[in-house]
Write a protein of this length. Structure first.
Length: 315
């Protein structure tokens, strides 16, 4: 039997913190390792341009995320890795799904509501249509399982709905009903305000990033608050990366404990940091890898968009 197809992506919007790592990349790595799926991992650049950004910064962020994907261990022999915008069939399919998606369904998306509040001067059509593009990302490649964090469940539900709307309208049994693949992952909190989830939007000092140098990790941890909530969060980080910790977690010696955590984290990501630096210094190599991924994704996309256009009566 053919293996189920997994599709997932991340937006290139800056640094990857430990929460992003545990919620996405780390799960992708176990999926890849399990060999039970065909996996497709991409850089969701078209999603990210719905927020305020500059072109120069975006170019850098896409390259940086590509280096992160490769350095962390996503493997082009096992997975298809590419940049979303390089496969234009995805935006074609978005248009087709747009004609099937009731506006009311998009109006109730919590991410749309949150982002509209955050960027009230830039509530653009792309922000509104974001989940439809996501449905196209998944269904273009016949994806049936979508490894994402809890915040994306609503979008995967819309993907399932889009498949149904399409199949019903065109009396076709073409798209699968995609499901989220939720893996339990610890919910890390901000270092400085441990009542809130670790998030870039709170600011750099609230997060530990995976490509941070050991000294920076130590500095940030030294400033982490040690209220009971803060200690619980540090314990969670300690437990999550326990294999790398070389001392005990001692609540009465948080200064020491923080140093142990800092060393453990630095060690866990040491190979990653090294590989990422190498890749950052080889932009042509990285471009070649992405081009090869684009070519593989395009073969699937081009075949499927023709099938889809035939079904909807435009070919
Ligand atoms: N919206 C996702 C996020 O912010 C990123 C994403 C875009 C995605 N397209 C996708 C995830 C398709 C899974 C499948 O995390």
């Amino acid at each position: 039997m053919a293996k189920p197809i997994i599709v997932s992506g991340m937006q290139p919007t800056g640094k990857i913190h430990l929460g992003n790592y545990l919620g996405a990349l780390n799960n992708w790595l176990s999926i890849q390792k399990s060999d039970k799926y065909e996996s497709i991992f991409f850089i969701a650049d078209y999603h990210s341009i719905t927020e305020n950004y500059s072109a120069e910064e975006k170019r850098q962020q896409v390259f940086d995320l590509a280096c992160t994907y490769l350095a962390i261990g996503l493997n082009t022999e096992k997975s298809i890795i590419f940049v979303q915008s390089a496969v234009p069939e995805c935006t074609e399919l978005t248009w087709i799904f747009n004609t099937l998606t009731p506006i009311a369904e998009l109006q109730r998306m919590t991410q749309f509501k949150d982002k509209s509040e955050r960027q009230e001067k830039n509530i653009n059509m792309g922000l509104f249509d974001y989940p439809v593009l996501q449905a196209a990302d998944i269904l273009l490649y016949d994806g049936s399982l979508v490894p994402v964090g809890e915040d994306q469940i609503q979008h995967v539900e819309l993907t399932r709905d889009a498949a149904r709307w399409f199949n019903n309208k065109y009396k076709a049994n073409y798209f699968p009903e995609a499901k989220p693949l939720l893996t339990s992952c610890p919910r890390l909190m901000s270092l400085l305000e441990p009542a809130k989830k670790m998030s870039k939007s709170l600011g750099e000092k609230h997060c530990l990033n995976i490509d941070e140098e050991p000294e920076e990790i130590a500095k940030k941890l030294a400033k982490a608050v040690t209220t009971p909530e803060g200690v619980a969060n540090l314990k969670l980080i300690y437990d999550t990366f326990k294999e790398q910790m070389t001392g005990d977690f001692d609540e009465n010696k948080m200064g020491e404990t923080k140093k142990i955590i800092a060393e453990g984290l630095a060690k866990h990501f040491a190979d990653f940091r090294k590989r990422k630096k190498e890749l950052l210094s080889q932009p042509e190599e990285v471009a070649k890898i992405l081009e090869a991924g684009r070519a593989r994704a395009s073969v699937i996309a081009q075949k499927r968009i023709v099938e889809i256009k035939k079904i909807i009566g435009v070919i």
